[in-house]
Ligand binder design. Structure first.
Ligand code: DP6
Length: 334
Protein backbone atom coordinates (compact mmCIF):
# COMPACT_ATOMS: atom_id res chain seq x y z
CA UNK A 1 0.00 0.00 0.00
CA UNK A 2 1.38 3.44 -0.83
CA UNK A 3 0.69 6.71 0.99
CA UNK A 4 -2.23 7.70 -1.22
CA UNK A 5 -3.88 4.31 -0.75
CA UNK A 6 -3.40 4.68 3.01
CA UNK A 7 -5.31 7.98 2.93
CA UNK A 8 -8.12 6.49 0.85
CA UNK A 9 -8.33 3.49 3.16
CA UNK A 10 -8.69 5.71 6.24
CA UNK A 11 -10.71 8.59 4.83
CA UNK A 12 -12.81 6.92 2.12
CA UNK A 13 -14.53 9.52 -0.08
CA UNK A 14 -15.18 12.73 1.88
CA UNK A 15 -18.83 13.69 1.77
CA UNK A 16 -18.26 17.35 2.56
CA UNK A 17 -17.28 19.79 -0.17
CA UNK A 18 -15.27 22.54 1.50
CA UNK A 19 -16.32 26.14 0.95
CA UNK A 20 -13.66 28.82 1.26
CA UNK A 21 -13.93 29.01 5.04
CA UNK A 22 -10.57 29.26 6.82
CA UNK A 23 -9.66 26.53 9.30
CA UNK A 24 -6.98 27.12 11.93
CA UNK A 25 -5.35 24.39 14.00
CA UNK A 26 -2.47 24.04 16.44
CA UNK A 27 -0.17 21.10 17.20
CA UNK A 28 2.62 21.01 19.79
CA UNK A 29 6.27 20.28 19.21
CA UNK A 30 7.38 16.96 20.63
CA UNK A 31 10.79 16.05 21.90
CA UNK A 32 11.78 12.40 21.77
CA UNK A 33 13.17 10.90 24.96
CA UNK A 34 13.66 7.59 23.19
CA UNK A 35 14.38 8.35 19.56
CA UNK A 36 12.93 7.25 16.26
CA UNK A 37 15.95 6.69 14.03
CA UNK A 38 15.57 4.39 11.05
CA UNK A 39 12.66 3.25 8.89
CA UNK A 40 11.45 -0.13 7.82
CA UNK A 41 9.51 1.59 5.00
CA UNK A 42 10.71 4.92 3.59
CA UNK A 43 7.52 5.76 1.74
CA UNK A 44 5.16 5.26 4.68
CA UNK A 45 7.64 6.42 7.34
CA UNK A 46 7.32 3.16 9.22
CA UNK A 47 9.90 2.99 12.01
CA UNK A 48 12.24 0.20 13.01
CA UNK A 49 11.47 0.77 16.71
CA UNK A 50 8.88 2.30 19.03
CA UNK A 51 9.72 5.77 20.33
CA UNK A 52 8.62 7.94 23.25
CA UNK A 53 8.26 11.71 23.39
CA UNK A 54 7.07 14.63 25.49
CA UNK A 55 5.09 17.54 24.06
CA UNK A 56 6.00 21.14 24.77
CA UNK A 57 2.56 22.57 25.51
CA UNK A 58 3.19 26.17 24.42
CA UNK A 59 5.50 25.55 21.48
CA UNK A 60 4.38 24.39 18.10
CA UNK A 61 2.75 25.17 14.79
CA UNK A 62 -0.40 27.10 14.00
CA UNK A 63 -1.73 26.37 10.53
CA UNK A 64 -4.53 28.06 8.61
CA UNK A 65 -5.90 26.37 5.52
CA UNK A 66 -8.54 27.28 2.99
CA UNK A 67 -9.50 26.07 -0.45
CA UNK A 68 -8.49 28.51 -3.19
CA UNK A 69 -10.07 28.75 -6.61
CA UNK A 70 -6.90 29.02 -8.67
CA UNK A 71 -4.87 26.28 -10.34
CA UNK A 72 -2.18 25.86 -7.70
CA UNK A 73 -1.53 25.70 -3.95
CA UNK A 74 0.13 28.53 -2.06
CA UNK A 75 2.31 27.85 0.98
CA UNK A 76 3.43 30.43 3.54
CA UNK A 77 5.83 29.79 6.36
CA UNK A 78 6.23 32.39 9.11
CA UNK A 79 4.89 35.12 6.81
CA UNK A 80 7.04 34.26 3.79
CA UNK A 81 6.12 32.39 0.65
CA UNK A 82 7.79 28.95 0.64
CA UNK A 83 10.49 28.67 -2.04
CA UNK A 84 9.23 26.40 -4.83
CA UNK A 85 12.65 24.82 -5.19
CA UNK A 86 13.01 23.92 -1.51
CA UNK A 87 12.73 20.46 -0.02
CA UNK A 88 10.06 21.81 2.33
CA UNK A 89 7.90 22.91 -0.63
CA UNK A 90 8.17 19.43 -2.17
CA UNK A 91 7.24 17.73 1.09
CA UNK A 92 4.24 20.01 1.59
CA UNK A 93 3.13 19.52 -1.98
CA UNK A 94 3.45 15.75 -1.69
CA UNK A 95 1.38 15.80 1.51
CA UNK A 96 -1.31 18.08 0.03
CA UNK A 97 -1.58 15.79 -3.01
CA UNK A 98 -2.56 12.99 -0.64
CA UNK A 99 -5.59 15.07 0.41
CA UNK A 100 -6.48 16.41 -3.06
CA UNK A 101 -9.71 14.49 -3.18
CA UNK A 102 -10.72 16.34 -6.35
CA UNK A 103 -8.23 17.64 -8.95
CA UNK A 104 -9.77 21.12 -8.75
CA UNK A 105 -8.99 21.43 -5.03
CA UNK A 106 -6.09 23.77 -4.33
CA UNK A 107 -5.07 24.95 -0.90
CA UNK A 108 -3.77 28.15 0.66
CA UNK A 109 -1.70 27.07 3.62
CA UNK A 110 -0.33 29.56 6.09
CA UNK A 111 1.86 27.97 8.74
CA UNK A 112 3.56 29.65 11.69
CA UNK A 113 6.06 28.10 14.07
CA UNK A 114 6.94 29.67 17.38
CA UNK A 115 10.27 27.78 17.33
CA UNK A 116 13.10 27.97 14.75
CA UNK A 117 12.15 25.93 11.71
CA UNK A 118 14.33 22.94 10.76
CA UNK A 119 16.96 23.53 13.45
CA UNK A 120 16.44 20.08 14.90
CA UNK A 121 13.52 21.20 17.03
CA UNK A 122 10.88 19.03 15.44
CA UNK A 123 8.96 21.80 13.70
CA UNK A 124 8.17 19.41 10.86
CA UNK A 125 6.46 17.16 13.41
CA UNK A 126 4.17 19.90 14.72
CA UNK A 127 3.76 21.23 11.16
CA UNK A 128 2.47 18.02 9.63
CA UNK A 129 0.36 17.27 12.71
CA UNK A 130 -1.30 20.72 12.52
CA UNK A 131 -1.87 20.27 8.78
CA UNK A 132 -3.44 16.84 9.31
CA UNK A 133 -5.81 18.35 11.88
CA UNK A 134 -6.58 21.12 9.39
CA UNK A 135 -7.49 18.66 6.61
CA UNK A 136 -9.61 16.71 9.07
CA UNK A 137 -11.64 19.84 9.80
CA UNK A 138 -11.68 21.20 6.27
CA UNK A 139 -13.25 18.02 4.90
CA UNK A 140 -15.18 17.32 8.15
CA UNK A 141 -13.64 13.87 8.32
CA UNK A 142 -14.19 13.38 12.09
CA UNK A 143 -11.40 10.82 12.25
CA UNK A 144 -10.14 9.12 15.41
CA UNK A 145 -6.87 10.38 16.90
CA UNK A 146 -5.17 7.09 15.97
CA UNK A 147 -6.23 7.57 12.35
CA UNK A 148 -4.99 11.16 12.35
CA UNK A 149 -1.72 9.88 13.77
CA UNK A 150 -1.31 7.47 10.82
CA UNK A 151 -2.02 10.29 8.36
CA UNK A 152 0.37 12.72 10.06
CA UNK A 153 3.08 10.03 9.91
CA UNK A 154 2.88 10.11 6.12
CA UNK A 155 4.12 13.72 6.23
CA UNK A 156 6.89 13.13 8.77
CA UNK A 157 7.32 10.14 11.05
CA UNK A 158 7.60 12.08 14.29
CA UNK A 159 4.45 14.09 13.40
CA UNK A 160 2.37 11.10 14.47
CA UNK A 161 3.37 11.91 18.09
CA UNK A 162 2.43 15.61 17.89
CA UNK A 163 -1.32 15.17 18.33
CA UNK A 164 -1.31 15.02 22.13
CA UNK A 165 0.05 16.92 25.10
CA UNK A 166 2.15 15.02 27.64
CA UNK A 167 4.07 11.82 27.08
CA UNK A 168 3.34 9.91 23.87
CA UNK A 169 4.48 6.54 22.56
CA UNK A 170 4.60 5.65 18.87
CA UNK A 171 4.06 1.95 18.24
CA UNK A 172 6.19 0.72 15.40
CA UNK A 173 3.55 -1.80 14.35
CA UNK A 174 4.11 -4.98 12.39
CA UNK A 175 1.92 -4.62 9.34
CA UNK A 176 3.37 -3.78 5.95
CA UNK A 177 0.57 -1.30 5.28
CA UNK A 178 1.41 0.54 8.52
CA UNK A 179 -2.18 0.64 9.76
CA UNK A 180 -0.97 -0.48 13.19
CA UNK A 181 1.82 2.12 13.36
CA UNK A 182 0.46 5.13 15.24
CA UNK A 183 0.98 6.97 18.49
CA UNK A 184 -1.02 7.14 21.72
CA UNK A 185 -0.65 8.97 25.04
CA UNK A 186 1.47 7.27 27.69
CA UNK A 187 -0.63 8.34 30.68
CA UNK A 188 1.44 6.56 33.32
CA UNK A 189 4.06 9.33 33.01
CA UNK A 190 1.73 12.27 33.69
CA UNK A 191 2.31 12.87 37.39
CA UNK A 192 6.08 12.45 37.03
CA UNK A 193 6.28 14.91 34.15
CA UNK A 194 4.47 17.61 36.13
CA UNK A 195 7.72 18.28 37.97
CA UNK A 196 9.96 18.36 34.88
CA UNK A 197 11.25 21.37 32.99
CA UNK A 198 12.78 21.55 29.53
CA UNK A 199 15.35 24.24 28.67
CA UNK A 200 15.73 25.00 24.99
CA UNK A 201 19.31 26.02 24.30
CA UNK A 202 19.01 27.36 20.78
CA UNK A 203 22.40 28.52 19.56
CA UNK A 204 22.02 27.50 15.90
CA UNK A 205 18.99 28.78 14.02
CA UNK A 206 20.11 27.94 10.50
CA UNK A 207 18.58 25.12 8.48
CA UNK A 208 20.21 21.78 9.18
CA UNK A 209 22.83 20.37 6.79
CA UNK A 210 21.06 17.09 6.14
CA UNK A 211 17.39 16.21 6.57
CA UNK A 212 16.62 13.51 9.15
CA UNK A 213 15.09 11.58 6.27
CA UNK A 214 18.41 11.33 4.38
CA UNK A 215 20.43 10.93 7.55
CA UNK A 216 18.29 7.99 8.68
CA UNK A 217 18.59 6.28 5.31
CA UNK A 218 22.38 6.62 5.37
CA UNK A 219 22.62 5.42 8.97
CA UNK A 220 20.48 2.33 8.39
CA UNK A 221 22.42 1.42 5.26
CA UNK A 222 25.96 2.06 6.41
CA UNK A 223 26.46 2.36 10.17
CA UNK A 224 28.07 -0.75 11.68
CA UNK A 225 26.39 0.20 14.99
CA UNK A 226 22.86 0.24 13.58
CA UNK A 227 22.35 -3.50 14.15
CA UNK A 228 22.45 -2.74 17.90
CA UNK A 229 19.97 0.13 17.78
CA UNK A 230 16.68 -1.82 18.16
CA UNK A 231 18.00 -3.69 21.17
CA UNK A 232 19.12 -0.43 22.84
CA UNK A 233 15.77 1.21 22.21
CA UNK A 234 13.78 -1.69 23.62
CA UNK A 235 15.85 -1.67 26.79
CA UNK A 236 15.75 2.13 27.09
CA UNK A 237 11.96 2.16 26.68
CA UNK A 238 11.48 -0.39 29.45
CA UNK A 239 13.94 1.40 31.73
CA UNK A 240 12.63 4.94 31.20
CA UNK A 241 9.04 3.84 31.83
CA UNK A 242 10.14 2.20 35.07
CA UNK A 243 12.10 5.32 36.07
CA UNK A 244 9.05 7.52 35.44
CA UNK A 245 6.74 5.25 37.41
CA UNK A 246 9.21 5.30 40.31
CA UNK A 247 9.61 9.10 40.02
CA UNK A 248 13.34 8.47 39.65
CA UNK A 249 14.52 11.62 37.85
CA UNK A 250 18.20 10.68 37.81
CA UNK A 251 17.57 7.38 36.08
CA UNK A 252 15.10 9.10 33.72
CA UNK A 253 17.71 11.71 32.76
CA UNK A 254 20.47 9.13 32.37
CA UNK A 255 18.41 7.00 29.99
CA UNK A 256 17.16 9.92 27.86
CA UNK A 257 20.68 11.32 27.54
CA UNK A 258 22.22 7.94 26.79
CA UNK A 259 19.62 7.25 24.10
CA UNK A 260 20.34 10.58 22.37
CA UNK A 261 24.09 9.97 22.52
CA UNK A 262 23.66 6.45 21.15
CA UNK A 263 21.67 7.86 18.21
CA UNK A 264 24.36 10.46 17.49
CA UNK A 265 27.15 7.91 17.82
CA UNK A 266 25.35 5.54 15.50
CA UNK A 267 25.08 8.20 12.82
CA UNK A 268 28.66 9.38 13.37
CA UNK A 269 29.82 5.93 12.31
CA UNK A 270 27.85 6.08 9.03
CA UNK A 271 29.51 6.50 5.69
CA UNK A 272 29.78 9.39 5.11
CA UNK A 273 29.83 10.30 8.77
CA UNK A 274 26.83 12.37 9.91
CA UNK A 275 27.63 14.98 12.52
CA UNK A 276 24.91 17.33 13.76
CA UNK A 277 27.04 18.76 16.58
CA UNK A 278 28.99 22.00 16.49
CA UNK A 279 31.45 23.50 18.96
CA UNK A 280 28.63 24.91 21.11
CA UNK A 281 26.97 21.50 21.34
CA UNK A 282 30.16 20.00 22.73
CA UNK A 283 30.71 22.96 25.05
CA UNK A 284 27.23 22.65 26.55
CA UNK A 285 27.44 18.86 26.89
CA UNK A 286 30.64 19.30 28.93
CA UNK A 287 29.06 22.04 30.97
CA UNK A 288 26.05 19.87 31.82
CA UNK A 289 28.29 16.98 32.85
CA UNK A 290 30.33 19.28 35.09
CA UNK A 291 27.24 20.84 36.71
CA UNK A 292 25.88 17.41 37.43
CA UNK A 293 28.95 16.68 39.54
CA UNK A 294 28.94 19.96 41.41
CA UNK A 295 25.40 21.37 41.58
CA UNK A 296 22.30 19.41 40.62
CA UNK A 297 20.97 16.70 38.32
CA UNK A 298 20.61 18.22 34.83
CA UNK A 299 20.51 16.06 31.72
CA UNK A 300 20.07 16.74 28.03
CA UNK A 301 18.68 15.35 24.85
CA UNK A 302 19.50 16.32 21.28
CA UNK A 303 17.76 15.65 17.99
CA UNK A 304 18.88 15.99 14.37
CA UNK A 305 20.54 19.35 14.88
CA UNK A 306 23.16 20.97 17.10
CA UNK A 307 20.79 22.46 19.70
CA UNK A 308 20.49 20.98 23.16
CA UNK A 309 17.38 20.47 25.26
CA UNK A 310 17.97 20.46 29.00
CA UNK A 311 15.94 18.16 31.21
CA UNK A 312 15.69 19.15 34.87
CA UNK A 313 13.45 19.15 37.93
CA UNK A 314 11.57 22.22 39.17
CA UNK A 315 13.85 22.52 42.18
CA UNK A 316 16.86 23.04 39.87
CA UNK A 317 15.27 26.03 38.13
CA UNK A 318 17.46 28.69 39.77
CA UNK A 319 20.66 26.85 38.77
CA UNK A 320 19.40 26.42 35.20
CA UNK A 321 18.53 30.14 34.99
CA UNK A 322 21.90 31.16 36.36
CA UNK A 323 24.01 28.77 34.28
CA UNK A 324 22.02 28.96 31.05
CA UNK A 325 20.60 32.49 30.94
CA UNK A 326 19.69 32.20 27.25
CA UNK A 327 17.69 28.97 27.68
CA UNK A 328 13.98 29.18 27.04
CA UNK A 329 12.33 27.31 29.87
CA UNK A 330 9.12 25.36 29.52
CA UNK A 331 7.38 23.28 32.17
CA UNK A 332 5.48 20.29 30.99
CA UNK A 333 2.44 20.78 33.23
CA UNK A 334 -0.10 23.20 31.77
C1 DP6 B 1 15.97 12.81 15.70
O1 DP6 B 1 10.26 12.58 11.92
O2 DP6 B 1 11.84 14.37 11.11
O3 DP6 B 1 13.92 13.95 15.90
O4 DP6 B 1 10.05 10.67 9.20
O5 DP6 B 1 11.95 11.36 7.78
O6 DP6 B 1 10.26 13.04 8.45
P1 DP6 B 1 10.98 11.77 8.82
O7 DP6 B 1 11.89 12.09 10.08
P2 DP6 B 1 11.58 12.94 11.38
O8 DP6 B 1 12.73 12.39 12.35
C2 DP6 B 1 12.83 12.76 13.68
C3 DP6 B 1 14.09 12.23 14.23
C4 DP6 B 1 14.46 12.70 15.62
C5 DP6 B 1 14.05 11.67 16.65
C6 DP6 B 1 12.59 11.64 17.02
O9 DP6 B 1 11.90 12.67 16.93
O10 DP6 B 1 12.14 10.57 17.49
Amino acid sequence: MNARETVIKIVGVPQHTPTNEAITTFAPVNIALIKYWGKRDDQLNLPVTNSLSIALPTKGTTTTIRINHTTHDTYWLNGESVDKNSEFFNRLHYFCDLFRFHPSYHFDIDTKNNIPTAAGLASSASGFAALTLAFNQLFRLTLEKSELSILARLGSGSACRSLWDGCVEWEKGQREDGLDSFAHPYEAATSFLDSIGVGLLIFAKEKKKMSSRDAMLTTVKTSPLYSQWSKHVEQDLTDIKRAMSQHDFIRFGEIAEKNALAMHNTMLTSEPSINYCNASTLHYREKIWALRKTKCPIYFTQDAGPNIKLLFQKESLSVVKEEFPSAEIIFLSR
